[in-house]
Design a protein around this ligand. Structure first.
Ligand code: ARG
Length: 409
């Protein structure tokens, strides 16, 4: 074999194939321009290049969190958030991005930020100015007037309105176009009320079917996947019928909606950890009393329904809503997913191959960029000191993190 173009060699003791759950032993990952160019037996690897030695470790693909808000400070909930500006939020995002990367999450989907702060953060990371995960960003979450993404904290005299507000099929199409114009890679909209928004009902739908279809069709025409924030059952079903790619939260999903998700190939991204933070530390962090009351009605049911959906075999991707809670603790949700019915392999798949597939982010040869350790993918990986299939919590503490073939932890 002629291996002219090898920049780095990563020696791996136990390499998890996340598609099958099998380990390959003593392999060498060859890296060219930040991507995997070949995976060979360790003994056949070129010796005259820079080597990262993970020969005693368990290695999984770089982890993906499909639902974060890197520009959100988890200590500034509720009315405290009113003094924040997109500029301040972008600067906050610098440390959040670093913490997330060091936790082993080499890719995130950022589902909502104001003033395109997420676009700026993504670009600063891409240009190498700051350290952070690869970001696929949604920019402004799209919602109805008074909906989950709107600013409902002040009376009308202040005329506060979030930039993502759009009503009617034409306005939602225009809002998708505007987001894309200024840098969105993915689209997020609110299909129901939320826990943390003032004066919204988690069970009540936001947008009719026609609006959802217009929004999703517009995004798909432009090659963007769409994520729907949805707790309530009707909103979940409507978004699935309208062709959404993923349901976020999915709290009140029932058997019929689970069937519908399976039929349409819709992913569920259920944030089954965050409830613990909201209920124990939320008050200190400024979360409104009405939101705490809502969380008490959502948290446990969401976990039970997660378990049902896992049993039924719905496609699942890993998303935590970090930003609502502390950045860098993204890995805590793995153990919760296992506690609520997943095998360790399923939980790892949710954060790797499934997330990468849902992102539908590919190189010029059509190969998946992230979520797998295969030729053509970015050389992003996490090294662990124990076997995560035996000890899921080892994913909370990666010992080494590699992004684009470079060790970042
Ligand atoms: N951002 C979400 C909302 O406000 C957080 C929901 C958190 N609760 C939960 N059980 N997942 O609705």
């Amino acid at each position: 074999v002629v291996l002219a173009q090898v920049e780095q060699v990563i020696q791996v003791g136990h390499l998890l194939d996340v598609r099958t759950g099998n380990y390959q032993k003593n392999k060498a990952i060859l890296v060219d321009e930040g991507r995997i160019s070949a995976i060979v037996d360790a003994k056949d690897a070129p010796k005259n290049v820079q080597i990262i030695d993970l020969s005693t470790h368990y290695v999984v693909p770089g982890l993906i969190d499909m639902h974060v808000h890197l520009t959100s400070d988890p200590q500034k909930h509720g009315y405290r958030g009113l003094v924040e500006t997109p500029t301040r939020e972008a600067i906050f995002g610098v440390s959040a991005a670093k913490a997330t990367l060091k936790a082993g999450f080499t890719t995130v989907r950022n589902l909502g930020a104001s003033g395109y702060a997420d676009v700026s953060l993504r670009d600063a990371i891409e240009e190498g100015e700051i350290q952070g995960p690869r970001m696929r960003v949604a920019a402004n979450t799209i919602c109805i007037t008074g909906g989950h993404c709107d600013n409902n904290l002040l009376p009308h005299i202040y005329n506060a309105r979030s930039a993502g507000v759009a009503n009617g099929p034409d306005e939602v199409r225009a809002k998708v176009r505007e987001n894309i114009k200024y840098g969105a890679d993915v689209i997020k909209f609110a299909a129901t009320g939320g826990v943390l928004s003032k004066n919204t009902d988690v069970n009540a739908s936001q947008y009719n079917l026609e609006e959802m279809k217009a929004l999703i069709d517009e995004a798909h025409d432009r090659g963007r996947i769409v994520a729907a924030h949805a707790h309530g059952l009707q909103g979940i079903k409507r978004a699935i019928e309208a062709g959404v790619d993923s349901i976020e939260h999915g709290s009140f999903i029932d058997d019929e909606a689970i069937k519908l998700a399976k039929k349409h190939g819709t992913y569920l991204v259920m944030d089954v950890y965050v409830s613990d933070f909201i209920l124990s530390e939320g008050e200190k962090a400024g979360i409104l009393p009405e939101s705490l009351a809502k969380e008490k009605k959502v948290g446990l049911l969401q976990r039970q329904n997660f378990q049902k959906a896992v049993k039924a075999g719905v496609k699942m991707a890993y998303g935590t809503d970090a930003g609502v809670y502390t950045h860098g603790l993204n890995g805590r949700q793995f153990a919760y997913m296992v506690q609520w019915g997943m095998t360790p392999l399923q939980a790892i798949q949710a954060a790797t191959v499934n997330a990468g597939t849902l992102l539908n982010w590919r190189n010029e040869q059509g190969q998946q960029n992230v979520g797998v350790l295969e030729v053509g993918a970015f050389a992003d990986l996490v090294a662990l000191s124990a076997d995560p299939l035996q000890q899921i919590k080892t994913l909370e503490q990666p010992v080494k993190v590699v992004k684009s073939g470079q060790q970042v932890l």
